[in-house]
Ligand binder design. Structure first.
Ligand SMILES: [Fe+2]
Length: 194
């Protein structure tokens, strides 16, 4: 990346984000398909629609800056997507654990985009490009919203994924019910039905 001014840096980073959004448009359907949770699948599909709009919005941004929309290979997104697809390929994974891993991969993507859009929005503001700044702000808010949705979904899925594995749980239970412990109990912890 070569830039000698903040404006050039802004344009370079926008090309990077433009490529990142297009990589995601290709990757998100595969992630949605690999998800077991209906909520997770729906959230990813909804974000795919948003991502398509965000790529369009970047076209508006380029035109506002009198630049033609160009993509520049975003290696960061490439790496994040590669990690996500490695998870998807695992076919002997517990579905809840796999969903937890998909959420983790998706949240890394969102945080990466939040950082990218936050920077370009701030630079556009500094350069007096108010229209551009407000378009980028809109996308930034959408990315933050997607991240929050994923956190909400994760709250349930993570618990399901970790059912029966919580360290110290057994010791506590024994303390509370010594009689049961003496009788030699069978495992009382079962995975909740999905
Ligand atoms: Fe995006």
């Amino acid at each position: 990346m070569k830039a000698n001014s903040l404006r050039e840096l802004l344009v370079e980073e926008l090309k990077d984000l433009y490529d990142a959004e297009h990589q995601l448009i290709k990757a998100l359907p595969k992630m949605a398909e690999a998800a077991s949770s209906e909520d997770l699948r729906a959230a990813i599909e909804e974000h795919l629609e948003k991502t398509e709009q965000q790529a369009e919005r970047l076209k508006q941004v380029f035109s506002q800056l009198d630049e033609s929309p160009k993509a520049q290979k975003c290696k960061g997104m490439e790496g994040l997507i590669k990690e996500g697809t490695d998870i998807i390929k695992e076919d002997d994974m517990d579905p809840e654990v796999k969903d937890a891993a998909i959420i983790s991969a998706a949240q890394r993507v969102e945080h990466y985009e939040i950082a990218g859009y936050g920077c370009v929005r701030t630079w556009a503001n500094l350069l007096g490009e108010n229209e551009v700044a407000s378009l980028l702000e809109q996308t930034l808010e959408e990315e933050k919203g997607a991240d929050q949705t994923l956190t909400q979904i994760a709250e349930e899925i993570n618990v399901e994924a970790g059912a029966g594995e919580v360290k110290g749980e057994e010791a506590e239970e024994e303390e509370e019910t010594p009689a049961t412990a003496r009788r030699g109990r069978t495992s009382s912890r079962r995975k909740p039905a999905a």
